[in-house]
Ligand binder design. Structure first.
Ligand SMILES: *Cc1c(COP(=O)(O)O)cnc(C)c1O
Length: 353
């Protein structure tokens, strides 16, 4: 606390990221990173950038990356906005599109950065409860609003909505922006990018951090009508002209060019997820159906915080949220087959007494 702070600083409740431990001998299943490294083509691209080129500013428009994303999704470059991780894209979206007179709707159980941005940009949040099965019910979003945002698949539950339900919402909600945060879409959902042409108020946000193994590079993007993208560009160019450095731009382009590697990684993670889900069910966990690279699971009798602490003693870290409705759940990132078997073995041991 300091008397030199602006008034707003006193009111903020900052986001708390999952732990990044300094020791390397842990099985890290707590922040939904990809257990596989990025494509070798990405590493080659990064080496090219590690040169005298670094004395020059990067392209402020990251045009090579926008073109690559546009090509990948068969859209136009003016439908694409890029940022320093999708968290930055989200921040600019809150400031530039979702800050309205009416409240912003999002699920009560969802990405915990949304309420943080509401605090930073002084947006009124209106939490819409998930149903009894921990699903988003878009019928509950038919109220007057200044915007709607939800992840699909949802975090931290992992449950996915079919595109038809999102299209239903868009047909009825035409007077405010609808943002679909698709951080996990490559692990089992159907992207709403295909609806962007039809709905000028739809913004779809994705990241290279999860399915493309590049959490450390910080690249995210949004796809929407050129007018929405323009609004985001105005915010971005009033904040930081160069949010993506030379490594980020060219590493991300290379990642998009290695489709085979991408599909292999995603398929392996999906297979492992389905196997672990079954194994945990056999250990008396209720596992919510996941379309993401993590599962959300609740044990029939044993306290989630205790399980997390005992896993930690066995050098395995998972995420536990001390939040109403979900305090009995653990969010477990899907690691390699070997890491997940170690998790199952450790749980078997912990639960036997
Ligand atoms: C991980 C995550 C993000 C942020 O991703 P970055 O691109 O690494 O900033 C955004 N939304 C959700 C729902 C996430 O889980």
């Amino acid at each position: 606390m300091s008397r030199f702070w602006s008034d707003i600083v006193h009111t903020l409740t900052p986001y708390v990221p999952g732990e990044q431990p300094k020791v390397s001998n842990l099985i890290k299943l707590n922040t939904n990173e990809n257990p596989f490294g990025p494509s070798p083509k990405v590493l080659t691209a990064l080496k090219t950038e590690a040169s005298d080129l670094l004395r020059l500013y990067p392209d402020p428009n990251a045009s090579d990356l926008k073109k690559a994303i546009a090509r990948y999704y068969d859209i136009n470059e003016n439908n694409v906005f890029v940022g320093n991780g999708s968290d930055e894209v989200l921040a600019h979206t809150f400031a530039g599109l979702l800050k309205q007179d009416k409240a912003l709707l999002f699920p009560d159980i969802s990405y915990s950065f949304y309420p943080v941005y509401c605090g930073l940009y002084e947006i009124e949040p209106e939490l819409v409860p998930l149903n009894g099965q921990f699903e988003i019910n878009l019928d509950d979003y038919h109220t007057d609003n200044g915007g709607i945002i939800f992840p699909n698949p949802n975090a931290p539950t992992g449950q996915v909505l079919p595109l038809s339900k999102i299209e239903n919402l868009l047909n009825r909600n035409t007077n405010s922006v609808v943002v679909v945060d698709e951080a996990y879409i490559d692990f089992g959902g159907e992207s709403a990018i295909s609806l962007v042409e039809k709905f000028p108020n739809l913004l779809v946000i994705q990241t290279f951090s999860k399915s493309r193994s590049l959490a450390g590079l910080r690249v995210g993007f949004a796809v929407g009508h050129p007018d929405l993208i323009d609004g985001l560009e105005r915010i971005k160019n009033s904040f930081n002209s160069y949010p993506l450095d030379r490594f980020a731009i060219h590493g991300a382009v290379a990642a998009l060019e290695d489709q085979t590697y991408f599909e292999q990684c995603c398929n392996t993670i999906i297979q492992t997820r389905n196997k672990v889900s079954k194994q945990l069910t056999e250990l008396d966990f209720e596992v919510l159906p996941s379309a993401a690279n993590f599962i959300f699971a609740k044990h029939a009798s044993k306290n989630a915080n205790d399980i997390a602490a005992q896993l930690r003693e066995k050098s395995i870290i998972v995420r536990h949220f001390k939040q109403a409705r979900i305090e009995d759940f653990l969010r477990i990132t899907i690691g390699t087959e070997r890491e997940c078997q170690a998790l199952v073995d450790a749980l078997q041991d912990i639960l036997k007494d």
